[in-house]
Design a protein around this ligand. Structure first.
Ligand code: 13P
Length: 253
């Protein structure tokens, strides 16, 4: 089986200011420098990308973007292009995050378009999938998650899968303090990996990293990372404190 490196992402969402963001990035750079077993990515708000890059550029921490618009340039007021992100040393992008699906109403079609656009420009694409509480309670978790997966990867070929990371983030666990149990998370991660095997092949399935996201904290990180199909975490709230994000990174080291 392919050895997968853990990947820990800190999604800062619409939080921090310039000063606290730079201080946080510096703490993340320090801890990432001591951990060789995992990849660390931070996703700061757009206005701080350049400043955060100046803090992490000589560390192993990669710079990520929470969003972009899938056109090269033009009349898209308020949007940011992939080439602009490239200029700022961004290498990873989030696509399909639940807040963009449910709060900003991004459709599966737009999400697939974004995946293709960013893959063509050689970004690492973190495709986020996850069910709402109503969908879980109705027993539809796998239909929803695997449907989002299939739709997001519709035009992604074998070769491009090396640039894809999947993040399973149950919507009901995001920012609520409720984490999926390690068993429940593992069951969905296992199903995602099986779906990758049937859509692609065993090689793609065993080499694609699948992060868990949703109230990951230092207290539950180790148990989640011990699951065979959980390859790291996409962290929101706990990524805003240098201490707690460091503890999560250390749990993967
Ligand atoms: P929380 O860790 O705050 O639940 O957020 C998870 C998330 O949405 C990461 O993208």
């Amino acid at each position: 089986m392919t050895q997968r490196r853990y990947i820990i992402g800190g999604n800062w969402k619409m939080n921090t200011d310039l000063e606290t963001g730079m201080a946080l990035a510096s703490q993340v750079a320090d801890v990432a420098s001591t951990c060789e077993a995992c990849d660390v990515v931070v996703y700061p708000p757009f206005p701080y990308l350049q400043a955060i890059d100046s803090v992490i550029s000589s560390s192993p921490v990669a710079l990520g973007s929470q969003n972009f618009w899938p056109e090269a340039s033009g009349a898209f007021t308020g949007e940011v292009s992939c080439d602009m992100l490239k200029d700022l040393s961004v290498t990873s992008v989030l696509v399909g995050h639940s807040e963009r699906r449910h709060v900003l109403h991004e459709s599966n079609a737009l999400i697939a378009q974004k995946v293709d656009f960013a893959i063509e420009r050689d970004f690492q694409v973190v495709l986020c999938v996850g069910e709402t509480i109503e969908q879980r309670e109705a027993g539809n978790t796998l239909d929803i998650v695997l449907g989002q997966l299939q739709s997001g990867l519709e035009s992604v070929n074998h070769e491009s899968m090396k640039n894809i990371v999947i993040a399973y983030e149950p919507v009901w666990a995001i920012g609520t303090g409720k984490t999926a149990s390690a068993e429940d998370a593992q069951a969905v991660h296992g199903a995602i990996r099986e779906a990758l095997a049937s859509r692609y092949d065993d090689n793609v399935a065993s080499s694609t990293r699948i992060q868990y996201g949703g109230s990951v904290k230092p207290e539950n990180a180790k148990e989640l990372f011990a699951c065979p199909d959980i390859d790291g975490a996409l962290v929101g709230g706990a990524a805003l404190s240098g201490e707690s994000f460091a503890a999560i990174i250390e749990a993967a080291c």
